[in-house]
Design a protein around this ligand. Sequence first.
Ligand SMILES: *Cc1c(COP(=O)(O)O)cnc(C)c1O
Length: 492
Amino acid sequence: MVYLSRLISDAHLDKEKEAFSTSVYGSRWDIEPIPKYSLPDNEMPAKIAYKLIRDDLQLDGNPVLNLAAFLTTYMEEEAEKLMTENMSKNFIDYEEYPMTVELQTRCVNIIANLFNAPKNEDAIGVSTVGSSEAMMLAVLAMKKLWKKRREAEGKPTDKPNIVMSASVQVCWEKAARYFEIEEKFVYLSEGKYILDPEKAVELVDENTIGIAVILGSTYTGHYEDVKAVNDLLLAKNKKTGWDVPIHVDAASGGFVAPFVNPDLVWDFRLELVRSINVSGHKYGLCYPGIGWALWKSKKYLPDELVFNINYLGSNQASFTLNFSKNASNVISQYYVLIRLGRQGFTSIMENLMGIADYLASRLEATNKFEILSDRNGNCVPLVAFRLKAKDIHYDEFDVAHRIREHQWIVPSYTMAPNIQHIRVLRVVIREDFSRERCDLFVADLMHTIDYLDKVDKETLHIKRNAAGSWKALKSISLMTFDSQSHKTNGVC
Ligand SMILES: *Cc1c(COP(=O)(O)O)cnc(C)c1O
């Protein structure tokens, strides 16, 4: 028998390539534009979609070198495993996943006790997506309680206000705008970067729903003096017959102060502190997507805000801004709490403080920088600093831009209203910022300063205005709106 070989046509070959190419970069998807603006008509293999997207994402900054963010970039493998294993669970399905809800309850108990919730009052709390959702729930509760009190007294309820420092995180301005509450700001002054308790309490009037006090300023890491506000406000409440409470925004400091500074009285030990928010994904050492809202007693959470629902198979209470969310973030928080315990948290937080102090002293020793943050465990572990020399041709923004060439991401920003002439650089010390990494950073920072000292003004100007590749990418999604916030906000 004779076998005849058939010549395969080009058309046939193309078809074969489409159907059978198993290598990502040999396939047609590698050479065609990736779908960007409309849903593609046809499928693509999973492996190829994965690789194309992964390749795009590799152009992002390296989270490890991101010194701008408070958010956790390292978790243990066991935590990651638990998260992956539970990724498909919707937290809201209480009936289907009762054990997950039980873990939330345990977390709320552990955190409320850490914040010294009184044993004789029934403290209550809920997991949220982050501190922003948590503080919004707390603001809603304060507003409602104020309104009920005013209505009972037959007084107008159309002008609620909230007192806070001008250095609040943007979530406070959002809450004020979204929920139509007047913002009463206490402005800061040079050298004093936190709320002045006397000025804050002076601003309180009959329409004040509460004072927000920050434990860990986003700008400089300072703790505001919650106790002083509490004492002054108690006296004012007594004199006027009002019942203005305090909410503590402990987004960054809530998981630091109890371990480094256990004697600092800022939490539920203070009579007027009725609610607290904390970010699990900052020093709660979990990946993004978890925060906590806590109330000292059930009576500070008005019933009208809690919804009872039964369409998931049983009666359940819900007090959140959104409904569904991933269960794995709550599970990861429980892992961290029981894995570390008080001892583990203390070791980590003390190390972070040690590295923050070390970095501050190394920066100071260069004689190039002035340190604006506090030390010795009196603030969250970060170093906020600025250039000492005033008569130079570059500023903090140039330092931040140029150090990006060494891959480090360091934010530069202007301070809160009234002291916006102060420009700051900030390094947040996270768990994975070891002393070794700190030394490498200081070396690169000094190379950057050395370069800036040598480069002439004109070259610097060209560099400032050159559009980097990230800017080009950014233009795809950048939109501007007329009504911007009136101040800049430090990166979180
Ligand atoms: C980060 C931060 C927030 C916002 O917290 P998210 O968890 O990112 O929503 C609010 N307040 C302060 C002081 C913060 O540092």
